[in-house]
Design a protein around this ligand. Sequence first.
Ligand code: GTP
Ligand code: MG
Length: 370
Amino acid sequence: TEFISANDLSSLMDVSVNEVIKVCMQLGMFVSINQRLDAEAITIIADEFGYDVEFMTTEEEQALEEMQEENEEDLVERAPIVTIMGHVDHGKTSLLDYIRNANVTAGEAGGITQHIGAYKVKTESGRNITFLDTPGHEAFTAMRARGAKVTDVVIIVVAADDAVMPQTKEAINHAQAAGVPIIIAINKVDKPSANPDKIREELSQMNILVEEWGGKYQSQEVSAKSGLGVEDLLEKVLLEAELLELKANPERHAIGTVIEASLDKGRGYVATMLVQTGTMQIGDVVLAGSHYGRVKAMTDHRGRKMKEAGPATPVQLLGLDGAPQAGDKFVVMDSEREAREIASNRSQMQREQSLRTRKHITLDEIGRRL
Ligand code: GTP
Ligand code: MG
């Protein structure tokens, strides 16, 4: 199989394509700029420039491909996955907290809210929305960059007593680049100094024209403090989601993304995982990055035990042999032996890489450029 062109390879290595072609000629390979290269050629050329190449057609990638090829009749509606982004202190966490606490149904009362990176709520209209929490001040951590890929809708929070700030713009650009629909939440409207019109004006200057002003972007004035407008905001999220016709197949092995993971003194490794398609069950064998394990227990964000987790459901999972990285994909596998082997190969590769000073490119990176 051929992977990437001479041109793509040169840009990955940050050299000119002419240099790549020159080296190829010295090696007796005659390639043109847009000619796709096979694994052997890529490895030899990269070596000349001091790069090691890692080819990663992973279990996860295979599973993700399968996920795209599901039969229409196997698919059922799933909840939208939403990320809240915005400038520091504009109220992302407050908004998430309000939503999490307000949308507790009677049977749930008494549960202890845990601050985990993802949760699913039921709106007043009875439909589900899954929220991903993102770390506060670091503008664009790996999680956010990768997070955009699992996110269906982005809520951009702008404080009405402040202004459209650099991180607001960055968040908007990021969502647009990822092709994720945006809803604007103009927050802190309870404050006497709030000026929502000023925010709408500043947004319009960057071509974000809200519906009230004849544009295409849904927006909602909210107060994360009093809850004003929050339920309306959720309905707008659901409206946006309806247009996307989000579906998944619950009757398959689970595939998804690691939101966060850590070592808990009492419980061992705890990973917050977002199931994107399929259903995760107790006893399933999970491969996540360079770790694996059998699912011992699953809980929701209120610490309640779960037997299974379907599409667009976040779970806290016990049973992994280590902490995978936020943003790692995970996949449920049939064979525990195979999962163990892949995980151990990956950890070994990581150890070797960290010892080596050679530059390194992976097919994953290559894939992103294509
Ligand atoms: P980072 O995570 O640091 O980026 O901030 P954030 O966007 O998560 O903001 P956070 O929710 O921590 O809120 C920042 C401050 O604004 C806190 O002191 C909140 O109490 C306050 N705040 C958030 N929303 C509102 C609101 O709707 N009204 C008022 N009056 N204060 C709010
Ligand atoms: Mg925060």
